[in-house]
Write a protein that binds this ligand. Structure first.
Ligand SMILES: [Zn+2]
Ligand SMILES: [Zn+2]
Length: 278
């Protein structure tokens, strides 16, 4: 009874949060892997699943600074249901790495991809298609989010009016939208973005996106668009997830929570990729 329960619970939760297999491998991960915690989606219902899940749960607990019990206890499940970014927490070559940057906890995509040196002024384009948010509201939120990264690096960002001139695209989608990482409705995965130089940032159009402090405060279950945008732009520029809870690049954010300021962890990470603004 105990064994079957232990099998059922992890399967249930990982089925809720699993990223479907990616055919064109945009994040440099080899298979579907539940945010990088499961080595292979083809594990299926067999004996290996116990070991794979225990190891996945242990890695998850380590990443989120939870007690290493190896089982989906109350605290672990409580962390798993917090809305989050769809980008994996680990890539194949980083699975077992601990801190590599002194006291900092930031990470990069596999191979440390960046925008090339001749692309220090990056142009972005967004469309309000499939969201009810007004374009002028999006314009302000996106401009503020870009400016936080601009302030600490040698990069600059410029909005353009035609997609043919853009390096970075910000779009809202519901469900399946053609990149083999369908969105999942309200909560779960809020957004995802691709490593340089793909330049695609996708928001789940089914979230209740808060576009002001008052809306965030007064709307139950709302998600702060500016916080999520600032986080996803970190991926667009080449940062992975950080295990530092206060970092912008930490993977999860609760509803009605605002977190928009870069921390030293984020700043050191991005400056390692693009240099320091003097
Ligand atoms: Zn993320
Ligand atoms: Zn997408």
């Amino acid at each position: 009874m105990r064994t079957s329960l232990l099998l059922f619970v992890p399967l249930f939760f990982f089925s809720v949060i699993t990223i479907p297999a990616l055919t064109h491998n945009p994040w440099n991960i080899s298979t579907s892997s539940a945010f990088g915690y499961l080595p292979d989606s083809s594990t299926g219902f067999n004996d290996k699943i116990d070991t794979a899940f225990i190891s996945a749960v242990l890695a998850y607990q380590k990443f989120f600074h939870l007690n290493s019990t190896g089982i989906l206890d109350h605290t672990t499940v409580g962390q798993m249901v917090i809305p989050r970014c769809g980008v994996p927490d680990f890539f194949p070559h980083h699975r077992n790495t601990t801190t590599l940057h002194g006291r900092d906890l930031y990470s990069f995509f596999d191979g440390k991809p960046t925008w090339p040196k001749h692309k220090r002024n990056l142009k972005y384009y967004f469309t309000s298609y499939s969201t009810k948010i007004r374009p002028q509201t999006l314009r302000k939120i996106f401009a503020r989010s870009f400016s936080r990264w601009e302030r600490v690096t040698l990069l600059s960002f410029q909005k353009v009016h035609h997609p043919s001139k853009a390096d970075i695209f910000l779009r809202f989608y519901s469900g399946n939208h053609g990149d083999n990482s369908p969105f999942d409705g309200r909560f779960g995965v809020l957004a995802h973005a691709f490593a340089p130089t793909i330049g695609e940032l996708h928001f789940d159009a089914d979230e209740i996106w808060a576009v002001s402090m008052s809306m965030l405060r007064n709307t139950p279950n709302s998600i702060d668009l500016e916080s999520v945008t600032t986080h996803e732009l970190g991926h667009i520029l080449g940062l992975g997830h950080s295990t530092f809870r206060s970092a912008i690049m930490y993977p999860s954010i609760s509803s009605q929570r605002r977190k928009i300021n870069l921390r030293q962890d984020d700043i050191h990470g991005i400056q390692e990729l693009y240099g320091v603004k003097k």
